[in-house]
Design a protein around this ligand. Structure first.
Ligand code: ZN
Length: 246
């Protein structure tokens, strides 16, 4: 599997740094995971979004979902119109998205084949297989695990510690984990500090930890140091253009 970071900013985009967005590829299958602001443009540098095999939007918060709206326009009015693109979202998200972009109903539902995954079930998408669980966040939010040919990636989306991210990520080759904050004081309980991300990676027994969703005002090098103290393994920070083999 190849993971390409489109954007990794926590909460809002800054110049050249989209909010959350990732392209996961394996053997010709390509899945866009999270559609934060700016990530659709970064995706278009790599591929025609009409050729995606699926989209996963972990939750409705704008730093993970807002580029789904221009993507909806692109798929309808772009050079290669596409319908029926599988879209994995938590419960309630599709209704809110439809109310925003397609209040009369019909075209959103035909552009995207909306799927609300159940925890623990396996969902094959081409050469990839996904599993999901529920994150600790104020709105329904998906934890994501992808597997292919014995390799595995777990993604925290946005979450606090009150969920089974350790279980979802158990034994994964790579954990892509939010690390919104540094230090020990959390201004919001439903996110993680870098130290907490490191401790979760340690407990899950993953090989590599990639920090993401760091607040744009923080220095990722400090986040790496704090996470490494809790993990003890290989830690890096996600940034636009980063590509790693899982
Ligand atoms: Zn977020």
């Amino acid at each position: 599997m190849e993971l390409r970071v489109l954007g990794a900013n926590g909460t809002y985009p800054t110049a050249g740094h989209p909010a959350a967005g990732y392209l996961l590829s394996h053997d010709g299958t390509r899945v866009w995971i999270d559609a934060g602001a700016g990530s659709l443009i970064a995706l278009q540098d790599l591929m025609d979004p009409a050729d995606l095999d699926a989209v996963i939007v972990s939750h409705i918060h704008a730093d993970h979902s807002s580029d789904l709206f221009p993507a909806y326009h692109y798929l309808r009015f772009g050079p290669t119109p596409r319908s029926g693109l599988p879209l994995f979202v938590p419960e309630g998200a599709a209704q809110r998205m439809t109310a925003y972009v397609d209040p009369d109903g019909g075209t959103f539902a035909s552009t995207f084949d909306v799927r609300v995954p159940a925890a623990g079930e396996a969902y094959p998408v081409g050469a990839l297989a996904f599993r999901f669980d529920r994150a600790d966040h104020p709105v329904p939010t998906l934890l994501v695990r992808a597997e292919a040919e014995g390799r595995s990636l777990a993604y925290s989306a946005d979450t606090g510690t009150d969920c089974d991210l350790v279980g979802l990520a158990a034994g994964a080759n790579t954990l892509l984990c939010e690390a919104t904050f540094q230090g020990v004081d959390k201004p919001a309980p439903h996110h993680l500090t870098a130290r907490e991300a490191g401790e979760i990676a340690h407990r899950a027994g993953v090989e590599r930890l990639i920090l993401t969703h760091v607040l744009p005002t923080l220095d990722p090098k400090q986040s790496i140091e704090e996470a490494a103290a809790g993990f003890g393994g290989d830690v890096m920070a996600a940034a636009p253009g980063l590509e790693v083999l899982i």
